[in-house]
Design a protein. Structure first.
Ligand code: ADP
Length: 268
């Protein structure tokens, strides 16, 4: 039972304790409800690809022509990939949440290196879509405290989207900037996100109406969760040419000769 203890029925000396306890229980209850909503949504979202798979399987079973059957099986293979991608993302989200419970190791790392390396991972995909994928480095060491695996996931989701939501022949740029904060930006000149949708796209499972590329609606919520874990903020702006989108992630810098890696890093 998580209901609050009536404050007026306890002795004065323990009242502050009881108030704190009630607050804690309130937060716990909210968390539990959020978890339940998430599980319900996740189960609901998984139904769509599964229903699709079932229909495709029935179609394949009714095919007698070997070529048609092969095509049908090909579709099944693709749908299976999408479903498993979605499950992976759900797992990443759950794991990122678990980092609040100290699962991952925080290390000092160079944001410049990380961004260059993640951009490299997407070169082939960009090429296949004839998208010009560029990397502009700050040219200076850009140390932050972070969990490399999670940060790769964050950046990767942004680059994935930029490529996905930019038509053939478009441009995607990943750039890093050094200032008071360590900044990485992913900019595209694709379909863009209307200003009134910019807050919504960080909600779990949310997809802008009419978005037809494949997706789970989990990429940005994952990015937001990971940013929060790193005490970073994500800003979503229009692309600099007035087209497309610009996602900017700003991290607190790890200062050399300063206080060093925090003795109590945010997620160690
Ligand atoms: P997914 O891409 O799997 O649908 P995300 O959470 O990554 O899920 O993105 C949510 C929605 O935000 C997308 O469905 C799309 O409508 C929109 N979106 C995300 N990134 C971009 C982008 N770079 N350009 C245009 N729209 C985007």
């Amino acid at each position: 039972d998580l209901s609050p203890i009536p404050v007026n029925r306890v002795p004065d000396e323990v009242r502050p304790l009881v108030v704190a306890f009630n607050e804690m229980m309130g937060r716990l209850e909210e968390n539990l409800q959020a978890q339940q909503r998430f599980i319900a949504q996740a189960a609901h979202q998984m139904r769509t690809p599964l229903t699709g798979l079932k229909t495709q399987t029935e179609l394949a079973l009714s095919e007698t022509d070997p070529v048609q059957m092969r095509n049908a099986l090909q579709l099944i293979a693709e749908s299976t990939d999408r479903a498993s991608h979605m499950i992976n993302q759900l797992l990443i989200l759950a794991r990122a949440e678990a980092s609040h419970e100290k699962v991952h190791r925080v290390v000092p790392l160079d944001l410049d290196d990380l961004a260059r390396s993640v951009t490299g991972d997407w070169v082939v995909r960009a090429l296949a879509k004839r998208i010009d994928l560029g990397f502009e480095a700050s040219g200076r060491p850009l140390l932050i405290n972070g969990v490399p695996l999670l940060l790769r996931e964050l950046l990767s989701n942004l680059v994935d989207n930029a490529i996905k939501y930019t038509p053939v022949g478009g441009h995607v740029t990943v750039r890093t900037r050094a200032g008071a904060l360590a900044v990485v930006e992913v900019e595209d000149d694709g379909i863009g996100i209307p200003p009134e949708e910019r807050a919504n796209v960080f909600e779990r499972f949310y997809r802008v109406l009419g978005t037809d590329a494949d997706g789970s609606g989990l990429g940005l919520p994952i990015a937001a969760e990971i940013a929060e874990l790193h005490q970073a903020r994500i800003d979503l702006l229009a692309g600099s040419q007035g087209r497309g989108s610009l996602f900017r992630v700003s991290f607190p810098r790890y200062l050399e000769g300063g206080d060093g890696p925090r003795s109590q890093p945010p997620l160690a």
